[in-house]
Design a protein around this ligand. Structure first.
Ligand SMILES: C[S@@+](CC[C@H](N)C(=O)[O-])C[C@H]1O[C@@H](n2cnc3c(N)ncnc32)[C@H](O)[C@@H]1O
Length: 250
């Protein structure tokens, strides 16, 4: 799983215990982020709906929450990952923007990310494997980034891990089914459900997750957006429309 501000890594066992003690079957994770909590509920037998406004969170939710591991041909996914891993690097927007104009990744890894993401659209668009492969790419990129775990800035000197080769790994899929929804919790809260249990973990300060994780948003959208500032943030990070009502200092 990616490095993510506010991710509930340490709380997961406690939340899982609460889920089990409640006897719930259906669960809602309304601000799912990495999907860590949704995954725990699913692992414990829950039928989970995972919601977030972020594009990358929807990709994670499709991979880890919606897909049933028992329906997936692991050797087919392994073959696809090998095919992508074998592609030669080809520098494009990602390398220009996040390795040359800024320094989130070393250019040799950026060129591979460019090549793999381009091939995902060319060879796997519409495939049920798409969210699995894209999750694998984001998680691989996260392991070789040069940040402190958010993308408002990058390190002045390359992080040691950024010198490692990008490595695509098979995401650990879970048995069972669930639902991935991209959208605003405020609108969706009254439309989805009912659920036996709901977990609400909204943003807790004024910083938008879109700006904190704009590189992942662009890697998913693959829309080569105009960018601004030293961190090369997507131009829509400035839009009032992308601000969450939950982005307030507490
Ligand atoms: C504190 S993080 C959740 C972390 C998550 N529980 C985890 O363990 O990874 C808050 C999440 O809320 C999402 N978010 C912000 N505003 C939202 C909104 N209006 N509707 C749905 N999701 C929203 C952000 O994209 C972010 O992923």
């Amino acid at each position: 799983m990616i490095k993510y501000l506010g991710s509930k890594r340490r709380l997961v066992p406690v939340l899982g215990g609460l889920f089990e003690a409640s006897g719930a079957l259906t669960a809602l994770d309304l601000f799912t982020g990495t999907t860590r909590v949704a995954q725990e509920f699913k692992r414990l037998g829950g039928i989970v709906t995972a919601v977030d406004t972020a594009r990358y969170a929807e990709v994670f939710a499709r991979c880890y929450v919606a897909i049933d591991a028992e329906e997936v041909d692991r050797s087919e996914v392994a073959g696809a990952l090998q095919h992508l891993a074998d592609l030669p690097g080809e520098a494009g927007y990602f390398t220009d923007t996040f390795c040359e104009s800024s320094r989130f990744f070393q250019p040799f890894n950026g060129a591979r990310i460019d090549a793999i993401r381009t091939a995902l659209d060319a060879d796997f668009a519409g495939s049920p494997m798409f969210p699995i492969l894209l999750t694998s790419l984001i998680e691989a990129a996260d392991r070789v980034d040069s940040t402190t775990g958010q993308q408002m800035a990058y390190l002045k000197a390359w992080a040691p891990r950024s010198s490692k080769d990008l490595e695509l790994r098979m995401p650990e899929l879970l048995a069972g089914t669930g639902t991935a929804v991209r959208g605003d919790a405020v609108t969706l809260a009254g439309e989805l459900g009912p659920f036996d249990i709901a977990y609400l973990d909204p943003p807790y300060n004024q910083h938008r997750y879109l700006t904190n994780y704009h590189v992942w948003e662009t890697l998913v959208a693959w829309d080569a957006p105009e960018h601004y500032g030293v961190a090369c943030k997507r131009i829509d990070c400035r839009d009032e429309a992308t601000k969450s009502v939950f982005n307030r200092k507490r």
